[in-house]
Every structure is written in C-alpha cells, then in structure tokens.
Design a protein around this ligand. Structure first.
Ligand code: NAD
Ligand code: LMR
Length: 337
C-alpha cells in the first residue's frame, strides 16, 4: 500500500545545512524510496528568500517523492501537522558573545519552537536538534514542549560518530562499514568522549588491532593524543580550514540519524551514537540530553546498557556530563527552565 506523505519541518532551511539537506531528503535518502515527503521550510524573515530559492530548485528537480514544499516564517504554521522536525536554525556565537548570551539567544529560539511543536505537530512527532549548542537546545525545546514524551527529542552526535569511524578506517586501512560499536559519549562539543574500547573492525577488536599495528604503548598514546582530540575538535578544524562550519557532512549525519531512528538500524550494523534525554543510564543525571551508544528498531533510539567502562572512560564521560550539567545550570539561572 502506498504511504501517505510524511510532513517534515526543517528550521533554518535557507541556511547552509538546509541547502545540503533538502535535496537529499526529497530524493528519498532519509526515509527511503517508498516514502513521499511534504517539506515545511521554517525561517526567520531574513532567511525566507533563500529558502524560497531552494523551494524553486526543488521543484526543478521534479523529485517523484516530493509532495509539496511550503516556506514560512510563522512558527505555528511551520510545525503544523509535522511528523518530523529537524531543528537546524540557531543563533551562532559571534565576537564578544559570552556563553550565557549564546544560551539565552538560543533559548529564545528553541523554547518557542518546543511550545509550537507541542501545540501544532502530529502526535508522533520526532524532533532532532542540529543547531548548536545542540544538546542544550534540545533540552530547552523539550522543556517547552508540554505533553510531548521525552523520548521524541534527540540531538545530533552522529557527525562525531561518523568522524570517529572515518579516523579509524584510515588508521587501520579498513572499510568504514566494517567498523562497529564506536561510541560518542556526552556533549556535542570538544569535551565529548569518542570511545573505541568495544569497537571492532571486520570482527576484530579495534584496541587489539591498534596495539598490533602500533605497539601497546603507542596505541594508547595515539588514542589519547591524536584520535580523541582529532574527533572532538574536528568541528573547529573544519571551521579553520573551510572558513565556515561543516555543512555536507553535518547534513549527511542528520540523514543517517533520522534514517536509523525511523526505519531502524540492522542489528548486524552494531550500535551508533545519538544524544537522548537521559533516564539515568550510566549515571548520567536524568533529563540531560547526552550522547550514548544507541540501537533502533524503527520505533526510536534505545540506549545500549550494561557496557563495562574503565577508569579512563568513566573520567572522560564524567567531564563531558559535567559540562552538560553546567549548561543546564546556566539556562536555569537565566530563568529559562
Ligand atoms: P547557517 O547560518 O548557514 O544557517 C542557519 C539558518 O538558520 C539561517 O538561514 C538563519 O536565517 C536560520 N535561522 C536562525 N534563527 C532561526 C529561527 N529562529 N527559526 C528558523 N530559522 C532560523 O548555519 P548552518 O551552517 O546551516 O548551521 C546551522 C546550525 O547547525 C549551527 O548552529 C551550527 O553550529 C550547527 N551545526 C551542528 C552540527 C552538529 O553536528 N550538531 C554540525 C554542524 C553545524
Ligand atoms: C561541527 O561539529 O562541525 C559543528 O558543530 C561546529 C560548529 O561549531 O558549528
């Protein structure tokens, strides 16, 4: 039986990531070749022309799955009937802005959007936050979305996950699709912990392969001094080299995140990483939006529980969680939560 169109709201659709996302979604890369899509492009007035331009180009592609495209700067209209919301538009940090200013500016975006989602979106809405600071923006949206279950809110750390896989594939001369069970823990920030202690490449333990190639001491050093900072600071490296933040890789990761969330992830592909509202797993305080190892059967992400964590992992996870706690406290101090 033919599927009815899925309504997808993309905020910041007139921006860089929006432009990299829209055509792939309309081509079926995200929900699959059997799911028609209805796109709602939500912008602020300054971004509307750019989104309208993208809408014209979408029409010119004549995508068979594209049911319709609407552009709006009205938050209620933007989320009306949405089955899926990709919250991409955010206030970037500009010169002289303190962390508190950034959180306050983004709370002014993600709070009203959360409230509009609760008021206007479809009952089964799934909300994925991409705009930075992604974890805390998701926390703010969720807090404002009265009545929408916590598990419907996730934030993107799939880009960090894919970056980690890419680095391992290069170091081990392995295919990325043979690398399984890498985890990004914590915040989508430089404090995150990319963890390979349970990872395998073509079925062999990644730590064992690294020790074999580099020697045990050099392998430990490579992980701590090269791999972890390279992945955790890759966003800054891209900004430095490109002159602006990652776009195509971010859009690609958002597509991977949503595809696994709504279509499920094959068990033999291993787990992936996503930031979810904590229910206290691994000692992460409840309510924080924290990146965990996750699986999906197509009904949402579930945390992979029961993994052993050594002292090094525990300390690094605790440091990133402490940053999330501090971001939440800063938002609370502003009277936003
Ligand atoms: P961009 O500046 O090109 O586009 C942002 C768009 O959002 C603009 O068109 C702007 O008009 C719009 N916008 C601003 N406020 C809005 C609002 N209230 N409602 C709707 N639209 C609004 O930026 P970009 O390169 O597309 O990046 C978008 C965000 O994604 C940034 O916050 C960036 O830091 C973040 N990002 C996250 C990840 C991740 O892995 N989580 C990776 C890369 C970038
Ligand atoms: C990234 O990881 O590439 C981005 O989150 C960086 C940024 O600050 O936009």
């Amino acid at each position: 039986m033919a599927h009815s169109p899925t309504t997808i709201t993309i905020t910041g659709a007139g921006g860089q990531i929006g432009y990299a996302l829209l055509f792939r979604i309309a081509a079926g890369d995200m929900l699959g070749p059997d799911r028609p899509v209805r796109l709602r492009l939500l912008e602020i007035p300054q971004g509307v022309r750019s989104a309208e331009g993208a809408a014209l180009e979408l029409q010119d592609c004549a995508f068979p799955l594209l049911h319709s495209v609407d552009v709006t700067d009205d938050v209620g209209r933007g989320f009306h009937g949405a089955d899926l919301a990709l919250l991409v538009g955010a206030r970037p940090r500009t010169a002289g802005m303190e962390r508190g200013d950034l959180l306050a500016a983004n709370a002014g975006i993600f709070g009203p959007q959360g409230a509009a989602i609760a008021a206007h979106a479809a009952d089964g809405i799934q909300v994925v936050t991409v705009g930075n600071p992604a974890n805390t923006n998701a926390l703010i949206a969720r807090a404002a979305a009265d009545g929408v279950p916590a598990e419907r809110f996730t934030a993107l750390t799939r880009l960090d996950h894919n970056r980690a896989v890419g680095q391992l594939a290069q170091q081990l001369d392995a295919r990325p699709d043979g690398i399984r069970d890498v985890t990004i823990w914590g915040n989508h920030s430089a404090s995150q912990f990319p963890d390979v202690s349970h990872a395998t490449a073509d079925g062999t333990s990644v730590p064992a392969l690294l020790a074999e190639r580099l020697g045990p001491e050099a392998a430990a050093q490579w992980l701590d001094d090269v791999f972890v900072p390279r992945v955790a600071k890759r966003g800054a490296e891209i900004i430095e080299v490109r002159g602006s933040s990652s776009v195509a890789s971010a859009a690609n990761a958002a597509i991977d995140h949503v595809r696994d969330l709504v279509r499920g992830r094959p068990v033999d592909a291993g787990w992936t990483s996503a930031a979810l509202v904590s229910r206290g797993e691994y000692g992460v305080p409840e309510g924080l939006v924290c990146s965990f190892p996750v699986r999906s059967d197509g009904s949402g992400y579930q945390v992979v529980e029961g993994l052993d964590l050594d002292g090094r992992a525990r300390a690094r996870i605790d440091a990133s969680v402490a940053e999330l706690v501090a971001e939440r406290a800063a938002v609370q101090e502003l009277g936003i939560l």
